[in-house]
Design a protein around this ligand. Structure first.
Ligand SMILES: Cc1ncc(C[n+]2csc(CCOP(=O)(O)OP(=O)(O)O)c2C)c(N)n1
Ligand SMILES: [Mg+2]
Length: 349
């Protein structure tokens, strides 16, 4: 199984003139939940189901070689991104990881541009140069994702510092894996964010593994929240990553954060159903079991939120999602490849 650690040196970003960071602008996202005041089960179901189905389609298409980059699927983990992003407003931002499809979509990133990016097309959100691991959409304040573990953590704090200085009242949700919490930039950023009372929601999606290595072989204790609290940051663990509980926690924290209350930290225990990288499963590799998968499948956010709706309402949402995904795939297929002259634009290293 391939390791995504290829961590390319090339990082594509969206084109903006150099100069001082402009205030975050509200995007006009059609199918996003972003900025929602109240928890609405139908809206939340739609969001988790949409991400699930997009990634299932990515897994289906992947073997055809139409997708030009490795894919790290977050199937099973969708409730975290949706729970955090649902109460955010358009002015708020997110930074993500190479396992970033859910983060990007939950914050209102453009689906067509995401699929086109995976296909390596010019209409992709990073003009076809970043692939699945480098999703970005500044219209939705998706600041970017990176193949290099941990890198987007300080980026989130930097953007939060800019927001604080500009007085926008915006917050930044910074998604990271349990493995990323072992990078030096993580405690450095916690300290800086706490010291300067930066509006960052640190969200550790603790799926128990860094590639194949379980927590028990990597952490002296599993008291991550306790470690974070030593920086003066309120830290909360969600043992089941229930979408509604995460959403309620973030919604409650936001007013204080917008008023200068400083960062918060969420540790969300979760489970990636598929292999580390690629469309398949890894239960025959001997480092985790199908029995554990079955345990987590009972907490499936799509299943749990779907149960809150009647069959007819669910079917209508599902049909809408299928049509939208089919349109996005057709858009990506029909899109042109980047022109040769684009080889050196938006490339910084
Ligand atoms: C700086 C750096 N070190 C190592 C790697 C190789 N690598 C790729 S993914 C990964 C595991 C990260 O695990 P985690 O943060 O828990 O995220 P998950 O894949 O579980 O979502 C590692 C070590 C890398 N890409 N970048
Ligand atoms: Mg992990």
């Amino acid at each position: 199984m391939a390791d995504s650690g290829v961590a390319g040196t090339m990082m594509a970003v969206d084109s903006r003139p150099p100069g001082p960071m402009p205030p975050a602008k509200p995007p006009k996202a059609k199918s996003s939940n972003v900025g929602s005041a109240k928890a609405d089960p139908a809206r939340l179901y739609r969001a988790v189901r949409r991400i699930r189905r997009v990634e299932e389609e990515v897994a289906r298409i992947y073997p055809t070689d139409k997708i030009k980059s490795p894919v790290h699927l977050s199937i099973g983990q969708e409730g975290v991104a949706v729970g955090v992003c649902d109460p955010l407003e358009p002015r708020d931002a997110v930074s993500g990881t190479y396992r970033g499809h859910a983060t990007y979509l939950a914050k209102g990133g453009d689906l067509k541009a995401m699929i086109a990016e995976l296909f390596g097309k010019d209409t992709g959100c990073a003009r076809g140069k970043g692939g699945s691991m480098h999703l970005v959409d500044m219209k939705a304040n998706v600041l970017g994702c990176s193949a290099v573990v941990g890198t987007t953590v300080p980026v989130a704090a930097g953007f939060a510092l800019a927001q604080k200085r500009l007085g926008t009242g915006a917050v930044v949700a910074c998604f990271l894996g349990d493995g990323a919490s072992e990078e030096g930039c993580f405690p450095e950023t916690l300290n800086f964010a706490a010291l300067h009372k930066l509006p960052v929601i640190f969200v550790c999606e603790n799926n128990g593994f860094a590639i194949h290595e379980p927590l028990a072989k990597r952490w002296a204790t599993d008291k991550l929240c306790e470690r974070v609290r030593t920086y003066g940051i309120p830290a909360t663990r969600f043992a089941d990553s229930d979408t509604l509980k995460i959403r309620a926690h973030v919604a409650k924290a936001l007013p204080k954060m917008r008023a200068g209350g400083g960062p918060i930290f969420l540790e969300c225990l979760t489970w990636r159903w598929r292999e580390h990288v690629g469309p398949g499963e890894d239960y025959d590799a001997g480092f985790r079991s199908k029995a554990e998968l079955a345990k987590w499948q009972k907490k499936d956010p799509v299943l749990l939120l779907g149960r809150k709706l009647d069959k007819k309402a669910r079917a209508a949402i599902d049909a809408e999602i299928e049509a939208e995904i089919a349109e996005a795939i057709a858009f990506a297929e029909a899109s042109p490849w980047p022109a040769t002259r684009e080889l050196f634009t938006d490339v910084f290293a």
